[in-house]
Design a protein around this ligand. Structure first.
Ligand code: NAD
Length: 451
């Protein structure tokens, strides 16, 4: 394993073999028999103990997360805390049968049953914040699980597995490290009933195709290219820092980060200047060092991809790079926070998901034009509108073709509310009641009158 802040190997992690994978699926199928028969209350108690045990080892988990992922230690602590909070919230949700009819014609109930074995597959940007809802949603609703972290960031998730070993019955949660091949084995395996996947759109399409073999259920949380639309009535100095953080959090490696910023003519130059000033002021460095705001790109492949996009950007006619634009003169995968103006659609930076610390700032004069441009994308994860007029903001937000649209805010997932994307950004929703029910199958129970 490479520490992205130094580029040096700091740990070894073996990949699970095919035989170990088969053993994990068998263990999960056996454990399912008893686990699925337990009450919600029994499963709630065990998952609550898991959350407590994670809390007791928070510092150890956070340090490991910074070492393998690169994010500043404060952000790593916050991620573990969020993971714990997600587990604690999801297990408070009560899933009751829904009575659809109860009268002289009979009684009809919709009950929810667990699915079987759920396969979880995660990416490398927020390993614990993505593993926690997957495992809590699957296990709490009575399923057992095989969970695969990204080959770039397996260690903190494996530590979570070690913590869970003392709490959950054997076979209930199986965490396996491995590469893309292991992911494919999971999507193909007839002993797995559902895949909950977070990652890129390209891989999501492969997962969906492969899952069709035994009609696996899928929840796909895929890439985003979120637009934020800033109207002319805002005070740039009041919103600049929040917009910056929503674009550069985790060095831009967040599915729901602002990746296209559309700014009205009236405030364009003022907001641009503020964003460029912040970009020059923030401290980028090794996440274990004091006072670091942003860490490196997590892995070399992604680093090289962002550099390619940066190179393509610099060659566009009329482009202005107001801050950043270069790699940092130090070991590790560091790119300066970069603010780009004078760029339009039809370029890689605007049309693709860069997933790095580079923000294009686009100009508009007519709101209908801005909404059309924001929606002219195969992505549809999140979006936002920034204005002093909240009612107008809500109306414009509702026109965005996204799974979530904020007014005067961007970024942030809550375990309370359904989370997911439209168009190619995903299928289904995670979190909230809706997310839990995606780990279950509804069954209609029909009784005659008088029962
Ligand atoms: P990726 O698609 O390359 O990999 C994700 C996971 O899929 C990894 O564990 C990988 O080993 C596995 N995998 C690869 N090929 C597979 C296959 N054929 N079958 C099954 N599994 C396979 O994505 P990444 O580069 O790790 O993550 C970055 C992407 O994730 C970005 O596009 C980002 O937007 C997206 N993301 C989405 C969300 C969301 O909630 N919508 C959250 C975080 C990240």
């Amino acid at each position: 394993m490479v520490n992205p802040a130094t580029g040096e190997v700091f740990a070894q992690c073996p990949d699970a073999s095919r035989a170990q994978f088969e053993q994990a699926v068998d263990a999960a199928r056996h454990a399912y028999v008893n686990w699925s028969r337990m009450s919600f209350e029994e499963r709630r108690r065990m998952l609550a103990r898991l959350a407590d045990a994670m809390e007791a080892r928070l510092e150890e988990m956070a340090t490991l997360l910074t070492l393998e992922q690169g994010k500043p230690i404060a952000a790593a602590r916050a991620e573990i805390e969020r993971g714990i909070g997600i587990i604690r919230h999801l297990i408070t949700i009560v899933i009751e049968p829904e009575v659809l009819r109860n009268d002289s014609g009979g009684r009809v109930e919709l009950r929810y049953k667990s699915l079987g074995v759920v396969g979880g597959i995660a990416p490398w940007n927020v390993p614990i914040v993505l593993a926690a809802p997957k495992l809590a949603s699957a296990l709490y609703t009575g399923n057992t699980m095989v969970l695969k972290p990204s080959p770039y960031t397996p260690l903190t998730t494996l530590l979570l597995g070690e913590i869970a070993c003392d709490i959950l019955p054997p076979g209930v949660l199986n965490i396996l490290a491995g590469g893309n091949e292991l992911g494919q084995w999971m999507t193909e395996h007839p002993g797995i009933d559902k895949i909950t996947f977070t990652g890129s759109i390209a891989t999501g399409k492969k997962v969906m195709a492969s899952a069709a073999a035994n009609m696996k259920r899928v929840t796909l949380e895929l890439g985003g290219n979120d637009a934020a639309i800033v109207l002319g009535d805002v005070e740039p100095k009041e919103i600049a820092r929040r917009i910056f953080q929503a674009a550069f959090a985790n060095s831009g490696q967040v599915c729901q980060a602002i990746k296209r910023l559309y700014v009205h003519d009236d405030v364009y130059e003022a907001l641009l200047t503020k964003l460029a000033t912040i970009a020059r002021q923030v401290k980028v460095g090794d996440g274990l060092d004091e006072g670091v705001d942003y860490g490196p790109i997590q892995n070399r492949t992604q680093y090289e991809r962002v550099l390619e996009i940066l190179d393509d950007t610099a060659r566009q006619p009329g482009v202005r790079i107001l801050a950043g634009g270069h790699v940092m003169d130090r070991p590790g995968y560091f790119i300066e926070p970069t603010i780009v103006a004078g760029i339009g659609e039809g370029t890689r930076l605007v049309d693709e998901e860069p997933f790095g610390p580079v923000l294009p700032v686009l100009r508009f004069s007519d709101i209908d034009d801005a909404v059309t441009r924001a929606n002219d994308s195969r992505f549809g994860l999140g979006g936002s509108v920034w204005t002093k007029d909240l009612a107008m903001g809500a109306d414009i937000a509702a026109r965005l073709e996204t799974g979530v649209a904020w007014v005067n805010h961007h970024l942030g997932v809550s375990a309370e509310y359904p989370f997911g994307g439209v168009k190619e950004s995903g299928v289904g929703r995670a979190n909230g009641v809706m997310g839990l029910k995606r780990n279950m199958e509804p069954q209609l129970i029909v009784l005659p009158a008088g029962s």
